[in-house]
Design a protein around this ligand. Structure first.
Ligand SMILES: Cc1cc2nc3c(=O)[nH]c(=O)nc-3n(C[C@H](O)[C@H](O)[C@H](O)COP(=O)(O)OP(=O)(O)OC[C@H]3O[C@@H](n4cnc5c(N)ncnc54)[C@H](O)[C@@H]3O)c2cc1C
Length: 508
């Protein structure tokens, strides 16, 4: 057990979502026990703790959205609901002994590298902490984006963001939803059933394909429990499907995959919305894949309901009683739901808090002034001993694969530094530049260019016009490279002051 008053650690993990939980599990399995996992919230689970809006759930079949080392026989739905993920997070924390490392309710507000001691100083809401290594597992979708609407402060009703849901939010009266992305597609059909009137403000239409969801029969769950090996069957099916989707649609824009998915979405739209004019307004002007994969069996038909209106005019301003659109129409609203996504590549969210690396380099400026790139999606030359999970160019297929790959990379670096008695490990400039060049060149063939993706107005594109969310590679390649990258791509070194400090910590 780590004493509560300790402030100096070998490793600090920031974030107790699935990334932080995975890092903690792998550190323990590697024999590293001198670490804490910080989270600003009072519970684990990350986005699944925060996103509790009606019908929140996963967008890929659940067997592909869990840890490879912890298959779960108890999922109730093929597309599990948010609360199931929250239960799964708590289960992993208990089963793998992560609980004793947790320090909840502590927000990191910045971190600075001490060049003389080869360690990071972290400013937190509860004082200063120090660590040789920091794993930044603060997540990519944790900072809600609020739309910039003139006069919003004067709105007298309730305003709520989908990622900060409050179950007491009034949904019975006149409700407005701003946004038509992945969260909105889940929220809108639910709210339509409860509200007296629902007004949906759409900036960009979205491709929505049918969701092959089903309740997993009790017998099948029992079979999974008795014969856990059976779970690898649906898992491999999902992983192969994700690979086809990811490489076929995003990376290589294979005509068959893109057209097949557009056909499925179009068919569902035609079947659910009889009015051709309304169908036209719900039809995207960009290719499938320019935005997040979105599935629903209920979204399109919601717009055929009498109590639902689709508004595609831009919002001009808000007043005390509602929202005014560019055509001069005023829409009376009691509750305004912002399903407007997250700040992902903004200067304020990458990194999540100020990170000052070696010789005083500000990481945010570094990324902003150059390109948003991390070596293998994880490290940067000016930030020794620091790792980012979900860094630029890290994601392939399911986020769980991404997490496990990035954690494997970080833990390998830490173990190697310890093995060599090194106090500093930093990626060298040349492999970093090589990786950046390789990713940017590969992405040129992707769907994000030449498919009218600008019309999707997706958060995928950063200020450089790059799409650093996705790693243009197969999952197998990513898996291999994250575990077998040449150690010579890193510089390992030792400084005397740091060694002395380590000795002091070991004897304390
Ligand atoms: C609604 C929703 C649905 C999704 N569905 C899917 C899906 O179906 N498939 C898929 O592959 N991906 C999905 N994702 C992506 C999802 O983000 C990842 O799958 C994954 O859950 C991210 O885990 P994480 O631990 O990296 O980040 P998070 O879950 O965001 O956890 C990060 C943690 O860090 C903490 N933290 C942040 N900043 C600080 C700080 N300064 N100090 C201390 N603590 C801090 C936060 O409180 C949080 O607990 C979805 C995302 C959302 C928002």
């Amino acid at each position: 057990m780590i004493p509560a008053n300790r402030t100096d650690f070998e490793v600090i993990v920031v974030g107790a979502g699935f990334s932080g939980i995975c890092a903690a599990i792998r550190l323990r399995q590697a024999g590293i026990h001198d670490f804490v996992v910080l989270d600003k919230a009072d519970d684990v689970g990350g986005i699944w703790r925060d996103n509790t809006y009606p019908d929140v759930g996963v967008d890929i079949p659940i067997w592909g959205y869990c840890f490879s080392f912890e298959p779960n026989p108890d999922w109730r739905y093929a597309y599990a609901k948010g609360h199931e993920l929250q239960t799964y997070a708590a289960h992993c924390v208990e089963k793998y002994g992560v609980r004793e490392h947790l320090r909840l309710g502590i927000e990191v507000t910045g971190m600075r590298f001490d060049d003389e001691r080869d360690q990071w100083n972290l400013q937190t809401g509860r004082g200063r902490l120090r660590a040789r290594f920091v794993i930044n597992a603060y997540g990519a979708f944790g900072r809600p984006k609020m739309p910039d609407i003139t006069g919003l402060n004067s709105f007298a009703g309730t305003v709520i963001h989908s990622a900060r849901w409050d179950n007491t939010t009034p949904l019975m009266g006149r409700v407005g939803v701003i946004g038509t992305g992945s969260s909105a597609v889940q929220i809108i059909p639910e709210v339509a059933e409860r509200a007296e009137r629902l007004t949906v403000f759409q900036r960009t239409p979205i491709w929505v394909i049918p969701k092959p969801d089903f309740r997993i029969p009790r017998l099948l769950r029992m079979a999974f429990r008795l014969l856990p090996g059976l779970l690898s069957v649906p898992r491999w099916i999902v992983l192969v499907w994700l690979e086809v989707l990811y490489n076929g649609v995003f990376r290589f824009k294979l005509p068959f995959t893109v057209t097949a998915l557009e056909w499925a979405a179009g068919r569902s739209l035609r079947a659910q919305v009889p009015d051709p004019a309304l169908r036209e307004r719900l039809s995207p002007r960009y290719r499938f894949g320019c935005k997040f994969l979105t599935l629903s069996n209920r979204y399109y038909k919601t717009f055929a309901r009498d109590n639902v209106r689709l508004i595609s005019e831009n919002i001009e301003s808000a007043t005390a009683t509602g929202v005014t659109t560019a055509d001069g129409q005023h829409h009376e609203i009691d509750t305004l739901i912002m399903a407007t996504g997250f700040e992902v590549f903004e200067r304020t969210s990458l990194p999540r808090y100020p990170i000052t690396g070696t010789v005083g380099v500000d990481l945010g400026d570094y990324l902003h002034d150059n390109r948003n790139v991390c070596y293998e999606g994880v490290t940067l030359p000016p930030c020794p001993n620091a790792f980012i999970i979900h860094g630029p160019y890290s994601m392939t297929g399911s986020f769980f694969m991404t997490i496990e790959n990035a954690v494997a990379h970080a833990v390998r670096c830490i173990i190697e530094a310890q093995r060599r008695g090194a106090t500093r490990v930093a990626v060298k400039a040349e492999p970093y530049a090589r990786f950046a060049e390789e990713m940017i060149a590969r992405q040129a063939a992707s769907i994000f260019y030449n498919s009218n993706c600008e019309a999707a107005r997706s958060f995928y594109f950063d200020q450089h016009g790059d799409v650093p969310l996705f790693r243009p590679s197969t999952s197998i390649e990513a898996w291999w490279r994250m575990r077998r990258f040449p150690l010579a791509d890193y510089a390992f070194s030792t400084c005397a002051a740091a060694e002395q400090q380590t000795g002091q910590r070991e004897t304390s």
